[in-house]
Design a protein around this ligand. Structure first.
Ligand code: FES
Ligand code: FES
Length: 956
């Protein structure tokens, strides 16, 4: 029975009637429409729902609405006063403490509560206070800095905003704050999570508890009879379509055989989420369990138990991918350079090591969510938390045979993606539900558990690396076998196997190279793109291998890397020649080695307490965008009546900061204040122009070039009109200060606003018309790789980088503390230093999550055991290194805008390697798999006989 409660929310009294199970979070978001407060997990583990209740921060998902009777509650909406942000909000903007923004409201509320009870917190107290608020983007450091600045400056008169005073021409290269920061810190940014459409139904899915099983029967009668249930669909009710980006191997719902635990078997659409959930509970599915294929090595050899017996009938991108019907191999990528046998014959030392890393989850704070409506006349409207509206449209069109023009895909703010929202996910199922529900829009928001169980992950990887090297430290042969644990579907995973192969020797000159990269089906949750696109995994093997081989040679790992690193004139393993336009991995390595004190490290005491050993590590990295050769992108710039512009693009900024970079570029090119540039951050395939996908750290490069071209197109159009008015040839006109003027006499000028929609002469005649510039960019010169040798040009550009770390290992507990982590990247040209550094810190901490704690745990039946934040731990504010520093090198790229390269994914790559190398340096124990969980490290130390020893002058 409902209960009447009265509470004060943001200073206003509200009386509401609430059912007993309603949570405070549901009340705030649902009844009170205060959607700034977010739902990230629903079990009190992420802090996205933090509000202040009676002066204390609480997880509103854990508070029953009835418990809030008589309470005073403050949400993020209370912080700003109109257009004036609170000090904390402003500091979050100034310090780059928001990226995707999904965690930001909860984070600010926790910070507010802290400052109320402790106006002078230490950095440790700040980290402690926000440790319950998970952020997957920022790496916490900018958040701590922002809160610290507010606390300090309050004591001396109040926080002083740091908005840089910049003029047109100064934006590129500056630290311009994010253009979308205001809405994110204010809690007014609307994500798909927050959207409700008129007449909308809510979907829920019933998933398989088995990793492999045959469906014998599905009983839906009880559920169908429940009031409010509108549609129930099973695999048999759906058209026999398969979806996928590069390889169409995925059913919308299981048709006969389940391929992973968590696979959707039945879907329900109902009037409310509660009803849909209850209906799912009432559905009974009879399974015949099958023995799952869990081990990637066994799956590779297997010829009987096939995850996809029909692989030979699937569609895929021919000439690029090579599935092998009759096996579990979805793709085999070969790289052959030089003569591998000759190479090993000339080696003085030959080593072979095996490495492993497990599947992990992206853990975007906004889970996957979409709304789809099947409209009359075969039209479809999709609103999705997706990375790539045009890819969703294209895949959808192919799957259902619907003309592209009839499909509209919109993407508003997205709460993190990291590759997990690339491709297509919930949209086809929701379309089928909507169609069956006579065109009512249907929304599905994954629970956190479904995000782990049902949505894609990063693939596991087993690597075997054989190296031939001369005594003086030159690598003469490298033979690698990569076995990718693709899980149940490889629609996207095949391209990871391909990209990782052509990057698979690391940033080194290898004269004789042989790589086999196999993407192998198993009965696990399926893999997809994840920040770094296979490079974190591959570089784990390669960069650990570099240290192990150096050790065999008795050579310093820095020196060994410098002897082999790619330099101008070398060729990559696919035959690409390194030129002066490539970046400088050697420079990056030199910087991090210098900053960590590599040369003098042996003078530092290794043992700092009886149970504590310190060590240093180095690791290099490289990565290129992995994309089809024909990838393209476009931009439109529309001038408005007042001379301001709208920049339309379809690349999605799900936190990386691309829109800010594009705004900087547009403002500088057009010579207008950045406040007059508005980027379209609701992508809409009906209105914003084509872009392939927002993946691969390619959008600043490709979108940046398209925006430059569109801006120059606008200027040319305005010059052409002005030349008629001023009677001056267009080539003698210049643009500055929002005017077109005659170079010989700057007083002869026309303001942009008089040209923006057409110039009107004093007598009323008009010429010109609205100024709309168009720009486009297509990757040029890329080729498919030769199927037998892997030779070709697969990469638009390469971003190089390096990390150095100093760590402390507690040999009694196996715990590792990262004391210092130094990173350097060759960004080509830094468009926005603050954004670059934020990406680096965020990526490094995300990499530390992979290195230290994250992995899927399966039982012997292939069932996933840690599908909640309680059991699957990502880094919190307490887990970041004591010191993180980053450096940017600028070797201009030939194709990037002003020479810029992508840098969003790279900081995560080689983090496990640098920590693994530092563990070996500290303890002498070699790690061959990560994460370095305390128990794993402890057992490895124990096996190696590393035990606490008394140290002179040091006590535990
Ligand atoms: S949604 Fe409440 S703590 Fe995660
Ligand atoms: S900004 Fe914190 S989760 Fe994205």
């Amino acid at each position: 029975m409902n209960r009447e409660i009265t509470l004060t929310i943001n200073g206003e009294k509200a009386t509401l009637s609430v059912p007993p199970h309603r949570t405070l979070l549901e009340l705030i978001r649902g009844e009170l429409h205060l959607t700034g407060t977010k739902l990230g997990c629903g079990i009190g583990e992420c802090g996205a729902c933090t509000v202040i209740m009676n002066g204390e921060p609480v997880n509103s998902c854990l508070v029953l609405a009835a418990e809030a009777d008589g309470a005073e509650i403050w949400t993020i909406e209370s912080e700003a006063q109109g257009d004036t942000l609170s000090d904390l909000q402003q500091a979050f903007v100034d310090f780059g403490a928001t990226q995707c923004g999904f965690c930001t409201p909860g984070m600010i509320m926790s910070a507010r509560a802290l400052l109320e009870r402790n106006p002078s917190p230490t950095r440790e107290e700040i980290a402690e206070a926000i440790a319950g608020n998970l952020c997957r983007c920022t790496g916490y450091e900018p958040i701590i800095e922002a809160i610290d600045a507010v606390a300090r400056e309050r004591r001396s008169g109040g926080y002083k905003p740091r908005t840089p005073a910049l003029k047109p021409g100064e934006y590129v290269g500056s630290g311009t704050p994010r253009v979308d920061a205001f809405e994110k810190v204010a809690g007014s940014a609307i994500y798909v999570h927050d959207m409700v459409l008129p007449g909308m139904l809510y979907a829920r899915i019933k998933t398989s508890p088995y990793a492999a099983a045959r469906i014998k029967a599905i009983h839906t009668e009880k559920a169908a009879a429940m009031p409010g249930v509108k549609v129930i669909l099973t695999g048999k009710d759906l058209p026999p379509v398969k979806v996928g980006l590069y390889l169409q191997d995925k059913d919308i719902l299981v048709r006969e055989v389940v391929r992973f635990q968590g696979e959707p078997v039945v879907a329900v659409a109902a009037e409310t989420e509660d009803i849909a959930r209850a209906a799912c509970d009432a559905i009974e599915v009879e399974y015949e369990p099958l023995e799952p294929v869990m081990d990637v090595e066994k799956a590779f050899e297997e010829r009987e138990r096939l995850v996809h017996p029909d692989l030979g009938s699937y569609s895929y991108m021919k000439g690029v991918f090579f599935p092998q019907p009759g096996t579990n191999i979805a793709h085999h990528q070969k790289i052959r350079k030089g003569n591998i046998d000759d190479g090993f014959a000339h080696a003085d030392v030959v080593t072979e090591y095996e490495f492993w890393n497990p599947p992990v989850q992206h853990v975007a704070m906004e889970t996957h969510t979409s709304i789809v409506q099947a409209k009359p006349e075969g039209k479809v409207d999709i609103i999705s938390s997706a990375q790539s509206p045009y890819a969703v449209r294209n895949l959808f069109a192919h799957a259902f045979g619907i003309p592209h023009a009839n499909i509209r895909v919109r993407v508003p703010y997205v709460g993190g993606g990291f590759g997990g929202k690339a491709g297509i996910h919930l949209e086809p199922l929701l379309y089928c539900l909507s169609k069956a529900a006579k065109g009512r829009p249907v929304k599905l928001t994954c629970t956190r558990e479904e995000e782990f169980n049902t949505m894609p992950s990063r693939q596991g990887l087993k690597s075997v690396v054989k190296t031939g090297v001369t005594r003086d430290g030159k690598i003469v042969a490298l033979k690698v076998r990569y076995l990718w644990d693709a899980g149940a579907y490889a629609d996207y995973g095949v391209n990871i196997g391909r990209a990782a192969a052509y990057s698979g020797a690391g940033p080194y000159h290898i004269p004789n190279c042989w790589i086999d990269s196999f993407v192998v089906y198993t009965n696990k949750v399926f893999g997809t793109a994840y920040r770094g696109f296979g490079h974190l995994e591959v570089l784990w093997a390669i960069e650990r291998n570099m240290d192990l081989v150096a050790k065999q040679l008795g050579m310093d790992p820095f020196e060994f890397r410098m002897k082999n690193v790619l330099r101008v004139g070398d060729t990559t393993i696919t035959g690409e020649k390194i030129t002066h336009h490539h970046g400088r991995p050697d420079k990056c390595l030199e910087i991090v080695a210098r900053e960590i004190g590599w040369e003098n490290r042996h003078q530092q005491p290794k043992q700092v307490a009886p149970n504590k050993l310190r060590g240093f590590g180095l690791a290099l990295l490289h990565k290129a965008p992995a994309m089809p050769t024909f990838t393209s992108c476009s931009a439109i710039i529309k001038f408005n009546e007042d001379g301001s512009v709208n920049v339309l693009v379809s690349g999605v900024d799900y936190g990386q900061g691309t829109y800010t970079a594009l705004a900087q570029i547009a403002a500088d090119e057009l010579k207008i204040p950045i406040e007059k540039v508005r980027i379209s951050w609701d992508c809409d395939t009906d209105y914003t122009p084509y872009d392939w996908q927002t993946v691969a750290s390619r959008f600043t490069v490709m979108g940046g070039n398209a925006v430059i071209q569109a801006a120059r197109d606008c200027l040319n159009q305005m010059k052409n009109i002005a030349s008629q008015v001023l009677r001056v040839p267009p080539d003698q006109l210049e643009c500055a200060d929002e005017k077109v003027y005659f170079r010989g006499n700057p007083d002869m000028a026309i303001p942009y606003r008089q040209l923006a929609i057409g110039y009107v002469y004093p007598n009323g005649n008009a010429i010109g018309g609205p100024v709309i510039g168009h720009g486009r960019y297509i990757a040029v010169g890329l080729t498919n790789l030769d199927p037998e040798t892997g030779q070709g040009l697969p990469a638009l550009d390469w971003t190089y980088g390096a990390h150095a770390a100093e760590i402390e290992v507690d040999i009694e507990t196996g715990e590792i503390e990262v004391l210092r982590l130094i990173s350097a990247f060759d960004a080509g040209k830094v468009i926005n230093e603050q954004q670059c550094k934020s990406q680096i810190v965020g990526g490094v901490v995300q990499g530390l999550g992979s290195a230290m704690s994250e992995k899927f745990i399966f039982n012997e039946h292939g069932q996933f055991r840690n599908a909640t934040f309680t059991d699957y731990k990502i880094p919190t504010a307490r887990d970041i290194p004591r010191e993180m520093k980053s450096f940017l090198v600028e070797t201009p790229d030939a194709q990037g805008p002003y020479g810029a390269r992508g840098i969003a994914e790279h900081p995560m790559v080689s983090i496990p390697s640098v920590i693994g190398n530092a563990i070996a340096d500290a303890t002498g124990v070699e790690m061959f798999e990560f994460p370095f969980l305390p128990e794993t490290v402890y057992l490895a130390l124990k096996r190696a006989g590393v035990t606490p020893k008394p140290t002179a002058g040091v006590t535990a």
